[in-house]
Ligand binder design. Structure first.
Ligand code: FAD
Length: 288
């Protein structure tokens, strides 16, 4: 049964947590409380996103510097390439390497509406980073196909290109249909992609935000998810419990299917991620 299986995997699961740079004093407090709460779970790494717009790359780096200073966590900086020249990107990469940031989540970034062909793709950024230094590199993967892709096969070939350029693993866009992920993982293997495909798990707390985001990113929100959150618009406590329960069911099936690494889109909150990790047997390390 699923429960026996969870006992078997205890201690064999690795997790990573994604955060974003806070943009208010209140959100800053939430972020640091969450990092403090999740640190004892000993994640393999924590990553900090990079949002388009001026000044935010500094904010990504500021959060990373503080994590490096105040914790023993291994950090990964997200970096997008469509909004910068190659020279700028080389400078950013050198700067990260100098500051002991050795893991980059290498991304193209979203295109502005009606824009022309981008000057670089994710695979080009991987090549550029590898030319600067021997970074550990994660890239993005899309079980339900990236919205700009010509078709699913072209998108898969693009993922292979990123791995062949030197990326060490892929982290997926969030999803709710576990079968979709498992089929995607099989297709990656059949395409000769040997790197780990790490599921990106989004514990849902705000269903209305999710619906908007899923629409933008081509992620299917099944009817049973809609139904689960129905009538809970003004009931955040129950929403959290429902969101945690959905994610727990997903990670149980995934771990049963041999998935050993999980990446959590924490949205800077700790409660749901902490509970889901607990169910995966990921517990605070005993203090020596
Ligand atoms: P690419 O791998 O370059 O692919 C983009 C599209 O172009 C795909 O449709 C692909 O099939 C197609 N393509 C690739 N090469 C070619 C080619 N030669 N010719 C034609 N088509 C091609 N965004 C942010 O702004 N900041 C973040 O911090 C951030 N973090 C993310 C983390 C994860 C784990 C994920 C899954 C996404 C993240 N994103 C982030 C979103 C990401 O930037 C967007 O999804 C973006 O639109 C695509 O980035 P990519 O690196 O996957 O692009």
């Amino acid at each position: 049964s699923i429960n026996n299986n969870l006992l078997d995997i205890k201690g064999k699961i690795d997790v990573s947590f994604e955060f974003f740079p806070p943009n208010s004093v209140e959100m800053e407090t939430t972020l640091w409380n969450s990092i403090e709460r999740l640190t004892p779970l000993n994640p393999k790494f924590v990553s900090v996103t990079y949002g388009a717009g001026s000044g935010t790359r500094d904010r990504t780096h500021d959060v990373i510097k503080r994590i490096q200073k105040e914790t023993n966590l291994s950090t990964a900086a997200h970096l997008t390439c469509i909004d910068a020249s190659k020279e700028e990107l080389i400078q950013v990469a050198k700067d990260y390497w100098k500051h002991d940031v050795r893991h980059i989540v290498a991304l193209r970034g979203d295109l502005p509406d009606n824009s022309e062909k981008p000057h670089m793709y994710g695979s080009d950024l991987v090549t550029l980073l590898k030319s600067v230094a021997d970074f550990d590199i994660s890239v993005a993967a899309y079980p339900e196909v990236h919205p700009d892709a010509r078709n699913a096969q072209a998108d898969l070939i693009n993922l292979k290109r990123k791995i062949d350029a030197g990326a060490n693993r892929a982290i997926t866009q969030f999803f709710f249909d576990v079968e979709t992920f498992l089929r995607f993982r099989d297709r990656c293997a059949a395409a000769g992609i040997e790197a780990d495909i790490i599921p990106g798990i989004l514990p849902v707390t705000n269903f209305n935000t999710l619906k908007r985001f899923a629409g933008l990113t081509n992620v299917n929100v099944p009817n049973w998810i809609h139904d689960s959150f129905q009538g809970l618009d003004n009931d955040p406590t129950t929403r959290n419990m429902v969101g945690a329960s959905i994610a727990m069911d997903m990670v149980k099936v995934l771990s049963k299917e041999g998935v050993k690494d999980f990446h959590f889109y924490t949205l800077n909150r700790s409660e749901l991620t902490y509970a889901i990790c607990h169910m995966l047997g990921v517990r605070p390390q005993a203090q020596p």
